[in-house]
Design a binder for this molecule. Sequence first.
Ligand code: HEM
Length: 494
Amino acid sequence: MELGGAFTIFLTLCLTCLILLIAWKRADKGGKLPPGPTPLPFLGNMLQIGYNKTYESLLKLHKKYGPVFTVYMGPRPVVVLCGYDALKEALADQGDYFNGRGEMPSVDRNFQSYGVAMASGERWKILRRFSLSILRDFGMGKRSIEERIQEEAGFLLEELRKTKGAPIDTTLYLSRTVSNVISSIVFGSRFDYEDKQFQTLLAKINESFTEMSRPWAQLYEMYSGIMKYLPGRHKYLYNLIEEIKEFAVQRIKISEASFNPQNPQNFIDHFLIKMHQEKNNPDTEFNTQNLITTTVNLFFAGTETVSSTLRYGILLLMKHPDVEAKVYEEIRQVIGPHKIPSVNDRPKMPYTNAVIHEIQRMTNIVPMGVPHVVTQHTHFRGYFLPKGTDVYPLIGSVLQEPKNFRYPNVFYPQHFLDEQGCFKKNEAFIPFSHGKRNCLGESLARMELFIYFTAIIQNFSLRSVVPLAEVDITHQISGFGNIPPPYQVCFIAR
Ligand code: HEM
């Protein structure tokens, strides 16, 4: 080899080492982090975590290192919390320290820390307070939104009747109806089920959630620093989310065109009023970026989580006809065949309530939680987490914790029933996360799940097209989210 060529290679190697060292140093914020597997420079704990089973790998490390440990996602240290006690101590007892939003490289470029779900600090506090108060004004957790859900459930039942018992994939059926509930709050109107633009949008939301959970996205969590400069699937996810944002922009324009500050009709109108009130404040958080991103956050989170849970729940009920039969019997006794289910019926229906809890536990929709970050230097269980340390609250480790659930990997509604068959609360039931930054839409989601499940089972029995032994309930993809497997089901009118 010529001397010049060898020198170039030597120089390139030196430069690469220097870049890796700088990246490593930048990630190292000092402190006394909890122990964990020894990381390799830059590669971090790739050897222990891999790239396609992050959650399962972290559970294995939990067995070895206990409830609180550190892993290196590439060059970045992340403190992992497992089990109810650790999550509670951090997210609830020390919630003021742990309530920042951690890095999510696969979507950070879309949101850039704007919007209620991705913001931290004062911005998050302001947007969270505002969003909650508007959602409550629109009846979240109250009777008015219940009527909206009941009406929407009625439209779903009509659609299911039209199938006349033929096998269907439930994905679009469920996402259309669920999305219309949050749409009426955020945009002030529902969409026609046949609306092609609406259908395309729902497909994009569904696809984005799936993409965020794929192995490439798990790899991206570790090596975004380099991967962002390379071609790949992350560009596709970026574009999908940008298209969803573009839809929000169009809806905001529609709201602006008919905007009457005396008579706000939806979430966007209320935000526009705030923008107007604070237009002379250069530091206001009521700006266009926060309006667009918060609209997307509510619409996305309000659609995908509930519809995925319903989709997986229907699969579980189809797989367990004995459970479905008991739910139907309780519906028959408490609600009867004609009355539309209402959340007032729930206290009288312990078995159905237990089944819905167990469905949510098994769905385990975001097993690793949504990343948090400590917003100030934090002492926790004898360790010292410098400001800016990312934290993964492993929600799944709580929902599958053997000390709280007798058969952690089995669909067993009795997890939520006592000896007398009364509903039994379990503090480890935290699918909505825990503490100050828990799910903003929890009460809406709980209403929706109850009304949809009971309305469906009141009107239809579920039939599988394949023998029950062949019905596979393993999640199709498991990453950031758990994605239910595809399946066909027949809705047989009762
Ligand atoms: C089965 C249904 C649902 C589940 C399991 C669920 C779960 C979660 C979880 C685990 C988080 C992360 C909390 C954290 O950072 O620790 C979250 C956040 C959030 N959820 Fe939900 N969610 C559901 C339904 C909904 C609905 C219907 C809405 C609509 C309003 C919604 C809106 C949000 C928002 C805006 C956030 C971000 C909150 C923040 O960062 O302050 N979710 N959800």
